[in-house]
Ligand binder design. Structure first.
Ligand SMILES: [Ca+2]
Ligand SMILES: [Ca+2]
Length: 88
């Protein structure tokens, strides 16, 4: 174990969570949060639910929005289990 490695890569402590906002069972929001660092949160958003992220939003001193084109990873765990609570 090399302690210097931990110092050099703050990304190791990042918490990533995935959300399914429209309840279709596919991820459309990816949040990256750094515990203890308030100005380092950022999100990837798929606002038209086509399976690709098109927005990268950085929550720093100001909210910075930029355009991206990133495929949503398959098989990731969605935080809210909206499929399971949906009544039949
Ligand atoms: Ca979705
Ligand atoms: Ca999209």
């Amino acid at each position: 174990m090399r302690p210097s490695q931990q110092q050099r890569s703050p990304g190791d402590r990042a918490q990533i969570s995935y959300d399914d906002r429209n309840g279709d069972g596919k991820v459309d929001l990816e949040k990256h949060q750094q515990p203890g660092i308030s100005d380092a949160d950022w999100e990837l958003r798929d606002d038209d639910y086509d399976g690709r992220y098109e927005k990268n939003i950085l929550y720093g001193y100001a909210v910075t929005e930029s355009k991206v084109d990133i495929a949503i990873p398959a098989g990731v765990k969605i935080e809210k289990d909206s499929n399971e609570v949906r009544p039949r």
